[in-house]
Design a protein around this ligand. Structure first.
Ligand code: 13P
Length: 338
């Protein structure tokens, strides 16, 4: 077993998943302002540290994705944030892309940037304690405009390949995140086709870049109808379509799949993951790498009194426990309501 494979399995095994706390300062500011909390470096740290010191970190969280600002901050107890996370048994990770930028001459599409100077930044992050990384490519569906374009799929997949190779060279596990956005009026069949195309190109590029597939984590979207479509899909159907798409398009060497929540409610993201695991007939571990679906309720509660650490942690613990049960196919409505 390779060292990278061991790290990936440690992050994903035993009903654990990933806490995606890597919102850029811009995104975090929007999240905090939406609940009327001012976005200072101190407040951003206070909320995150509240989560990182919660009890469920030990049982439910195998890895935490950090943002550049957070990985360099010190905790209240004067420990570095990566050290604090390691003490809970979770592995610290870091988002290394610098965001989705306009793809030149495209119809409103993006290409994720951050390859320039990445080798040096990776060394710095490794020295700070990171052992895995994340890069998010974004694909927008538009049936009207025939998106995503071939250019956007190729450019983003190529960047994922080069990123992953640099990360493995630096002895860290790359999370490969090709996100097909939920926003749009498309149906689930369309989401399926686009996700298939994106996965095919991504694994083609990873292979061209000599990336060892047993040392990556895939972070995909689930197969869902567009959030602006009036199409409904049962949770069972979401789980079945998602499994089918991944089974047919992800090489079996990949050790695990950690889904993004992508704007689903906390309970929907949990329910869908639970059914995916109930029906999982693949050899992939299927778990969570949720941002909003792990943090939303906790953030809302915290915003009412930012010094109520215990109350906020209680909300987060419940959410993390529900996600962990879902990662084992053991979640239920009754447990959710407890
Ligand atoms: P969401 O779960 O909120 O979609 O965030 C996951 C993530 O890391 C997006 O890059």
């Amino acid at each position: 077993m390779s060292e990278l494979n061991k790290i990936a399995l440690k992050i994903l095994s035993s009903g654990k998943g990933i806490l995606a706390a890597d919102e850029s300062t811009g995104t975090m500011t929007k999240r905090l302002e939406s609940v009327n909390v001012s976005s200072s470096a101190k407040n951003r740290l206070l909320f995150r540290e509240t989560l990182f010191t919660a009890k469920s970190m030990e049982s439910c969280i195998g890895g935490v994705i950090l943002y550049d600002e957070t990985i360099k901050q010190n905790s209240n107890s004067k420990k570095t944030i990566p050290k604090l996370i390691s003490l809970s048994g979770a592995i610290p990770g870091i988002k290394v892309d610098i965001g989705a930028k306009k793809l030149a001459l495209s119809n409103g599409e993006t290409v994720t940037e951050g390859l320039d100077g990445l080798r040096d930044r990776l060394k710095e992050y490794y020295d700070l304690g990171a052992r895995f990384t994340k890069w998010r490519a974004v694909f927008k569906i538009s049936t009207k405009n025939n998106l995503p374009s071939i250019e956007s799929v190729k450019a983003n997949a190529h960047a994922l390949g080069r990123y992953s190779a640099l990360v493995q060279e630096a002895k860290m596990v790359p999370i490969v995140e090709p996100e097909v956005l939920m926003e749009g009026d498309h149906d689930a069949q369309n989401c399926y086709q686009v996700t298939k195309m994106v996965l095919e190109e991504t694994f083609y590029q990873l292979s061209n870049s000599n990336v060892k597939l047993d040392g990556i984590i895939l972070k995909p979207n689930m197969i869902l109808p567009g959030s602006n479509s009036n199409k409904k899909m049962t949770n069972e159907e979401v789980a079945k379509q998602t499994l089918k798409c991944l089974k047919e398009n992800v090489p079996t060497e990949v050790p695990g799949i950690a889904f993004l929540s992508g704007g689903q409610t906390e309970v929907e993201a949990t329910k869908n993951l639970n059914l995916i695991n109930k029906h999982n007939d693949t050899r992939f571990i299927m778990t969570y790498s949720y941002g909003r679906a792990l943090q939303k309720g906790a953030l809302k509660f915290w915003s009412k009194d930012i010094n109520n650490i215990i109350g906020t942690q209680n909300i987060f613990n419940h959410r993390a426990n529900m996600c962990s049960l879902a990662a084992q196919g053991k979640w239920s409505e009754e447990l959710e309501k407890k």
